[in-house]
Design a protein. Structure first.
Length: 118
């Protein structure tokens, strides 16, 4: 689709054909309208500027795997702690000095790299 999630009112729901379907993800602009993750499809205002779509799990998994590979360029596998398909923690204690002067700079660098490559 090529939509910018920072400027698009978009909800990803389990099944667009089921009114009681759960919102799996909502972009920040949609959240400003009060639509949150785990809301129901029928709670989303019916407006032309709001997009409601089904998830494309193959794309989601592909992006998750790619981001994991990026993260593993910064830490060894034992310092990578994955909790779910879209959540992980990095222990950068022993490697941060190789990439940044402080944790904030490191976080910005990783964030920028993820944004530029996904």
């Amino acid at each position: 689709m090529g939509l910018d999630p920072m400027h698009t009112k978009l909800a990803v729901v389990g099944d667009v054909n089921r009114n009681g379907s759960i919102v799996l993800a909502a972009t920040p602009p949609l959240k400003t309208l009060g639509v949150k993750k785990m809301a129901r499809l029928y709670e989303i205002p019916q407006r032309k500027d709001i997009l409601v779509v089904n998830p494309i799990m193959s794309t989601y998994i592909k992006c998750s795997n790619y981001i994991t590979k990026l993260a593993l360029q910064y830490v060894p596998i034992e310092d990578f702690h994955q909790y779910s398909i879209d959540e992980f923690l990095l222990d950068v204690t022993d490697s941060i000095h190789l990439f940044a002067s402080d944790p904030y700079e490191f976080a910005l660098k990783l964030k920028r790299e993820i944004y530029e490559h996904t």
